[in-house]
Design a binder for this molecule. Structure first.
Ligand code: ADP
Ligand code: MG
Length: 349
């Protein structure tokens, strides 16, 4: 009945059968997991550490499109975007819970694919799947994941600690996930108009991977510790650089100067933005889904980060009254806002 060929109806397993089936390969990896799936609640013991909790919900048609998102990738991404929030606190994720609502449009095999992605991510990031909820949906697929992590109180990094004069740093590169999405949307449109035409995705591995199978920056808390740098504030980039800078500035009550020429953009993403007649800076500022970490450090820490290939200094914090600004490549200053990028685009271009 449960072979991977053919279609098995969800109703043939029932809710409890499905949960049992999906969780049958789970092996507990963390000491802090006292009780996982199977009882009324999971039990976790972080001893003298603090607990960090974060939830994200993904809704079909709003956050993902199953026409081009394979279920396995969706499961993987649903986990990594949640873990990213835990790393952004400079904490270590240990457990997740997974809740989903699914309609009978999906088969057991489809839900298994989703779980294969979820479990692959759990294994890679060494987190335990300790529970969840399973329910029926009348229409689309909804997935909600809660990530639970631990940190020593002195290691936690909040959004509100940035000071005037701190350097603004970002990991990795920005804008690629957004341009990957544009490529997928374009190929979907072509396919819908001409179902015989195969999507042309060759040679775009990086931007597609950034959109479909993003990783969380597990390495950054470790790297910061090794460099002996404790950021004054930190946030992960889920909604675009501009929006996250605004959060840091607002919560820390500081201003900021961001330098356009410092924003790290991968060459393949850069070339694709040109093909789409988009501005690469605008993609980095308002694209989102990069899941990189944005943080501020004291100026005295600059020598420790300056030669690091994973970290780019993109600006500095200022007094609140100076506001939040983008200094363009041409040297012009524009106020940074989370909206209205069309007008900004005209000014940059
Ligand atoms: P209850 O009715 O008490 O909420 P459930 O039948 O929903 O219990 O869940 C039984 C067990 O299975 C619990 O440990 C729960 O956390 C776990 N569980 C339910 N749904 C999922 C899921 N989608 N993924 C992983 N574990 C799940
Ligand atoms: Mg339940």
């Amino acid at each position: 009945m449960l072979e991977n060929t053919g279609r098995t109806e969800l109703s043939s397993l029932g809710e409890f059968g499905l949960i049992k089936h999906l969780t049958r390969f789970i092996e507990i990896k963390n000491e802090s997991t006292i009780k996982g799936v199977g009882d009324d609640a999971a039990v976790i013991d972080f001893k003298n550490k603090l607990t960090v909790v974060s939830t994200d919900m993904l809704v079909e048609g709003v956050h993902f499109d199953l026409m081009y998102v394979p279920l396995k990738h969706l499961g993987y991404k649903a986990v990594t975007v949640n873990l990213s929030d835990i790393y952004a606190m400079n904490a270590t994720p240990r457990q997740i819970t997974v809740s989903f609502a699914v309609s009978n449009r999906f088969s057991v095999e489809a839900v298994e694919e989703l779980y294969a992605g979820i479990i692959t991510a759990c294994n890679k990031y060494k987190v335990d799947l300790v529970g969840g909820d399973t329910t029926t949906s009348k229409s689309g697929l909804v997935i909600s994941i809660t990530a639970i992590g631990e940190a020593a109180a002195e290691d936690l990094i909040y959004r509100d600690g940035a000071k005037d004069g701190d350097l603004l740093c970002v990991t990795g590169d920005l804008g690629a996930a957004y341009i990957g999405l544009q490529l997928l949307e374009r190929e979907k449109k072509i396919f819908l108009e001409n179902p015989g035409v195969q999507p042309d995705l060759d040679g775009h591995d990086y931007i597609l991977q950034r959109q479909l199978k993003p990783e969380a920056r597990k390495d950054i808390p470790v790297l910061l510790k090794k460099l002996e740098v404790k950021p004054t504030a930190m946030i992960d980039i889920s909604d675009g650089l501009a929006s996250e800078i605004l959060h840091l500035c607002t919560q820390s009550e500081v201003g900021c100067n961001l330098y356009e020429d410092k924003i790290p953009i991968d060459p393949s993403a850069y070339n694709m933005t040109r093909e789409f007649n988009l501005d690469p800076t605008v993609c980095a500022l308002s694209g989102g889904e990069d899941y990189e970490l944005l943080f501020t450090i004291d100026q005295s820490d600059y020598p420790k980060v300056k030669a690091n290939p994973d970290i780019t200094v993109i600006g500095h914090m200022t007094h609140k009254k100076e506001g939040m600004n983008l200094i363009t490549k041409a040297g012009t200053t524009y106020p940074l806002t989370a909206q209205g990028w069309d007008s900004l685009l005209n000014k940059i271009a």
